[in-house]
Design a protein around this ligand. Structure first.
Ligand SMILES: Cc1cc2nc3c(=O)[nH]c(=O)nc-3n(C[C@H](O)[C@H](O)[C@H](O)COP(=O)(O)OP(=O)(O)OC[C@H]3O[C@@H](n4cnc5c(N)ncnc54)[C@H](O)[C@@H]3O)c2cc1C
Length: 164
């Protein structure tokens, strides 16, 4: 048996790897001149710049297993997140950072905190597969618009790549 795989992003490559381990002949068809899809990078001033930022979390068990199996190494780094607004970077890592984030009204900060906690408390998040993140946030706390507005004009353009 041989299998044709359309797309040489991480899904196509992982699929190809798993199938070939079972002795199945595979052929990957990729329309771009490079592999990796969204997880690829481009050269800029001699640097490899990721097309989109990526994090690997310790909970990404399947990915980490595959990385280990392929004998690739991971150099773990603790990353901090910040929120750039009006010429200043506001740390956005802890509950305290959220409470100090003055660009959101206090009620929205509290709602946002509850939203984050609800994802931790929830025993199953399968239902989230069926709704867009925007609808989920709207349903849960109606926060999306006021959070978006704090990003200034054209916030939808900036916010929605992360929410779609
Ligand atoms: C801003 C951003 C941040 C992200 N951060 C993270 C993160 O931190 N951690 C994480 O795990 N994931 C993250 N992701 C998601 C992750 O990038 C994707 O889930 C993953 O790369 C998708 O891989 P894929 O192979 O399914 O699709 P793609 O990477 O989209 O690959 C599809 C491939 O198929 C090719 N293709 C399409 N049509 C055809 C065709 N007709 N014929 C031939 N080839 C075709 C495309 O050129 C492409 O190479 C992020 C995504 C974005 C946009």
């Amino acid at each position: 048996m041989s299998v044709a795989i359309l797309g040489g992003g991480i899904s196509g490559l992982a699929c190809g790897y798993k199938l070939s381990k079972r002795g199945i002949k595979i052929r990957i068809f990729e329309s771009e001149p490079y592999l990796g899809g969204l997880a690829s990078w481009y050269k800029y001033c001699g640097l490899n710049i990721p097309k989109t930022y990526h994090h690997v979390l310790r909970s990404d068990a399947a990915l980490i297993d595959m990385i280990e199996e392929l004998k690739l190494s991971i150099r773990w780094k603790k990353v901090k997140t910040g929120f750039y607004s009006k010429g200043k970077i506001f740390p956005f890592n802890t509950a305290l950072d959220l409470m100090r984030f003055k660009h959101l009204p206090l009620t929205d900060r509290l709602k946002f905190g509850l939203l984050l906690l609800s994802t931790r408390w929830s025993s199953s998040l399968q239902y989230l597969e069926k709704i867009s993140i925007e609808s989920w946030i709207r349903i849960l706390v109606g926060l999306c618009l006021s959070f978006g507005r704090s990003l200034g004009q054209n916030y939808r353009l900036r916010l929605f790549p992360f929410l779609s």
